[in-house]
Write a protein that binds this ligand. Structure first.
Ligand code: ADP
Length: 201
């Protein structure tokens, strides 16, 4: 299955991506994780991406699209994947559609995790990650940067919801609740066919 997970920072995309990809037996491909790995590895890609990431801005499309194209060409992703954090602009979505079409493929479903903005700010300001055995705050989870990232999401990424809805690919998932509840809703949506919304309950 080829799935995109869409949703604002703090919606729980990373957590759900790992669990859902495991259930589907496909790799979870997170552009944020790939960028962060390149920043800590001090690669050329990491050096290019870092300034944008620290400011809470998007890394330019051409850098991001080339990186994702390379990743999706790796053997573990040829049979399917779950994308987390990509696409994030309409241009990225169009390029993804083209690269998949070149291979004779298309997306099977786009899941949008929906969480209201007050809850997002609460979650992001309390979020910590494990680095070298220590719980630290991501540089871009600082309050000013969080507000900026949410604004970038509203302006550049939120329009993807309508883009994929028009293609009949979108399922909106209520992402408030226990992790397992949200996973169950997502799995339910993946099971539904013909672009139908999953039935309630
Ligand atoms: P979050 O979803 O919590 O904002 P991510 O880990 O997905 O965080 O992304 C962190 C940062 O990496 C983004 O703020 C952005 O700078 C960069 N990034 C990740 N994915 C993309 C993308 N598809 N296009 C451009 N920049 C991206």
């Amino acid at each position: 299955m080829r799935v995109v997970l869409l949703g604002p920072p703090g919606a729980g995309k990373g957590t759900q991506a790992q669990i859902i990809a495991g259930k589907l037996g496909v790799p979870a491909v997170s552009t944020g994780d790939i960028f962060r790995a390149n920043v800590s590895g001090q690669t050329e890609l990491g050096q290019k991406a870092k300034t944008y990431m620290d400011a809470g801005d998007l890394v330019p499309d051409e850098i991001t699209v080339a990186m994702v194209r390379d990743r999706l060409a790796e053997s573990d992703a040829t049979g399917g994947f779950l994308l987390d954090g990509f696409p994030r602009t309409i241009a990225q979505a169009e390029q993804l559609r083209e690269s998949l079409a070149d291979l004779g493929h298309g997306l099977d479903r786009v899941l949008e995790l929906v969480v209201d903005e007050d809850e997002l700010v609460r979650r992001l300001s309390g979020r910590r990650m494990l680095v070298d055995g220590q719980m630290v705050q991501r540089d871009d989870d600082k309050p000013e940067t969080v507000r900026h990232r949410l604004q970038v999401y509203r302006e550049q990424t939120a329009p993807l919801s309508g883009f994929y809805e028009a293609e009949g690919l979108l399922s909106r998932i209520d992402a408030i609740g226990e992790v397992e509840e949200v996973t169950a809703r997502a799995v339910d949506a993946l099971g539904s066919v013909d672009g139908d919304e999953p039935s309630a309950g």
